[in-house]
Design a protein around this ligand. Sequence first.
Ligand SMILES: Nc1ncnc2c1ncn2[C@@H]1O[C@H](COP(=O)(O)OP(=O)(O)OP(=O)(O)O)[C@@H](O)[C@H]1O
Ligand SMILES: [Mg+2]
Length: 281
Amino acid sequence: MNRETKTLLDVDDLRVTFPTRTGVIEAVRGVSFSLGRERLGIVGESGSGKSQTGRAIMGVTPSQARISANKLAFDGIDLLRISPRERRALRGNRIAMILQDPKYSLDPVMSIGRQIVETLRTHERVSKAEARERALAMLEAVQIRDPKRVFDLHPHEVSGGMGQRAMIAMMLIAGPEMMIADEPTSALDVTVQLDVLGILDKLVSDRGMGLIFISHDLRLVSSFCDRVIVMYAGKVVEQLKASELGNAQHPYTRGLLNCMPKIGADRHPLPVLDRKPEWAA
Ligand SMILES: Nc1ncnc2c1ncn2[C@@H]1O[C@H](COP(=O)(O)OP(=O)(O)OP(=O)(O)O)[C@@H](O)[C@H]1O
Ligand SMILES: [Mg+2]
């Protein structure tokens, strides 16, 4: 099998539900796709189930969530049957996720540098000095300008965008085989955004990492990803090559495309996203 076509992740009929006092919320309703060593984008409006799909794969759903699937396999490992301990080991090592909100992924009482060093040292046998050097280099790679200073800061002492970059550094240092990036660049300004995308891109092309890239930004996804999944109300309504996103057929995807602001275009009237009940059926 060649590198590009090797399936890393196989998802078939994934469902995520939340029992609540007023009934069951179906956040993900039968999602199926597979991922090779490629960049797969997931787009869709807020609440369409993008993050819950990513979290279910990663195994970090809220405890009350119920997850089922015909198949949820990473590199042939059945993720729904392995023990929580095996799942954690995969998570720390072969699979990484950049969460939408970095506040919850960094430990508030540990300095940023120490968190990155400890992450590295649980995966690789490296000396303290080497781990520190590599952590500093990784902070620099995510465009933190003063890595030595930031190394010693705690998460609450840095800006949101810096916290996000620190988290990206922590996720990348272990060299995962699959990465789920949930809006990884939304808190960053445009130039840093491009740097981070460049890092992710290099990991896919040089190391053969598989990347799931969750984003609201259809323009970004169409230029950065290889393939795109469009989600609506917990389902996949369309799957297509990223380069063909502009010619999408599904009316929901067309609606999302029409809502994108065009630079220099007349700003009025504001476009309204059309939603038909049958798309969710
Ligand atoms: N803890 C929870 N309890 C109940 N419902 C939840 C919970 N977490 C998420 N949901 C529901 O799951 C659905 C999908 O949420 P999800 O976070 O996956 O959306 P999303 O596509 O990532 O949206 P966004 O673009 O805003 O990040 C939403 O309708 C949400 O209300
Ligand atoms: Mg989300």
